[in-house]
Design a protein around this ligand. Sequence first.
Ligand code: MG
Length: 210
Amino acid sequence: MALTIPGDTLDPQSINGFLAPDEGEALQARAMEAATLAPGPFVEIGSWCGRSSVYLGRAARASKRLLFAVDHHRGSEEHQPGEEYHDPDLFDAALGRVDTLPSLRRTLAMADLEADVAAIVGSSAAVGAAFGGPASFVFIDGGHAMDTALADYRAWAGHVARGGMLAIHDVFPNPEDGGRPPYEIWKMACESGLFEPITRVNTLEFLRRV
Ligand code: MG
């Protein structure tokens, strides 16, 4: 028997992921605001199983924009076997690799957002280098290693349209609360002269491209 598609009634928090409810709601609202101020699609880096893709996909549909959901779907360092956030349900044992793409596809189908979200499977740096831009809203929520966070920032920050927004997840100003790389790229953005900080919701920072 076929599943019932919940569509708009799907609770994004029922999707496997790490984005808090206040962060998701802020993401959706700010992306819709950015669409009124700047041209271009929305981009998210690090879709995982699609929790943030639901919030941003709903914003995209309301704003008549497309969301590019970029992820290699092999997980970050902390998702690998033996690491803190490893999930055996998201592991292709035969291949020996994490695979979150089937979960993302199911999420987009269940949320009825397949027309509003285009999943791009690949390296954020490679996709960013080939991306034509500009984007009205870019959300960076990729790996937390310094080289990964830096690569995401370098590949995508320049694609944000003037007037548009950059959002960065897992920004912990106090090192005791969490890893520093997302904080470091947020600081780089603030000091770049290209962005000014707008607001912070939980661990999610928003900046406007000036
Ligand atoms: Mg995150």
